[in-house]
Design a protein around this ligand. Structure first.
Ligand code: TYC
Length: 141
């Protein structure tokens, strides 16, 4: 192939020169009569438009941070954890704590991986300091 491509920030790729060599053979002698065939002939500038963005904008995977029920951690402690670590208001913290108490587990929040990891560690460290067995896990949302 003997064409050159120039890329620009607006997503347009310009191709100058011979792009489809087989076309040249077919058109040899005919020249470009200017007919709009949708195909370039020698020396034409071909414009290609990007169909997907240049930069990756994929959202990070999210992780649920899940509190597990146990028989020993006081309800008030779990409510405090939900307020301090997960920024919940009192009523919402109480609702989540009761859900965990009644159902065995419940979602405290959903975060990107490293934030979720830090929340899990913070909960277990605060529980450990108070000698409560409160457990917390994370799971892909
Ligand atoms: N089941 C505990 C109790 O009766 C309360 C509790 C709620 C513990 C939620 C852990 O994640 C938990 N004291």
């Amino acid at each position: 192939m003997s064409h050159t491509r120039s890329h620009s920030a607006d997503g347009v790729t310009k191709i100058r020169g011979e792009y489809w060599p087989q076309l040249r053979a077919r058109r040899r002698g005919a020249g470009d009569d200017g007919a709009n065939t949708g195909r370039p002939s020698d020396g034409d500038t071909v414009v290609e438009r990007r169909t997907r963005p240049e930069t990756r904008t994929k959202k990070p995977p999210m992780y649920k941070v899940i509190l597990l029920n146990d028989d020993y951690t006081p309800m008030e402690f779990v409510v405090e954890i939900l307020k301090v670590v997960f920024n919940k208001q009192h009523a919402e913290a109480t609702r989540i704590m009761l859900h965990v108490h009644q159902n065995g587990m419940g979602v405290a929040g959903v975060f990107p991986y490293e934030i979720a990891e830090t929340k899990v560690r913070t909960v277990e460290e605060l529980a450990r300091q108070s000698e409560f067995p409160l457990k917390c896990v994370m799971e892909k949302a």
